[in-house]
Design a protein. Structure first.
Ligand code: 5GP
Length: 115
């Protein structure tokens, strides 16, 4: 059974977060340690542990999740200047919370390649 993560608790509102969007599919809140002026985490309400798990186990949910992420970015007014969507997956990418989450990072010129 999957562990109960920090993001499960944030989704259940047991731990406070600065929520920027919620609908039937996705839940979005500001990262506590922002790496850019805008840094928002978007999770699907249906839990998967990682990007790989979601893509393999529920391809239909991928589309709904991507649409939710795009909608959050649009609502935040990020479309004109742009933004980056990051899925840290596994230890080399430093995924620290085992609940899939998209980082939306924006509000400054972002470097490439990422660190
Ligand atoms: P990961 O490293 O797993 O890709 O991303 C986890 C993210 O969760 C990190 O960017 C980290 O700053 C953020 N985070 C960790 N604890 C909290 C918390 O209690 N509240 C919020 N809003 N974000 C958190």
């Amino acid at each position: 059974m999957a562990e109960d993560t920090l993001f499960d608790k944030i989704l259940r509102k047991e731990i406070p977060a600065d929520v920027v969007h919620e609908d039937d599919e996705v839940f979005a809140f500001r990262d506590i340690n922002p790496q850019a002026p805008t840094h928002v985490l978007v999770i699907p309400k249906a839990k998967y542990e990682s990007f790989a798990d979601l893509a393999e186990q529920d391809p239909d949910a991928v589309g709904r999740y991507m649409r939710g992420i795009a909608q959050v970015a649009r609502n935040l007014g990020l479309e004109q200047n742009g933004y980056r969507v990051v899925f840290n997956t596994g230890p080399d990418a430093q995924q620290t919370v085992q609940y899939i989450h998209a980082h939306i990072i924006a509000g400054r010129q972002l470097g490439w390649p990422p660190g």
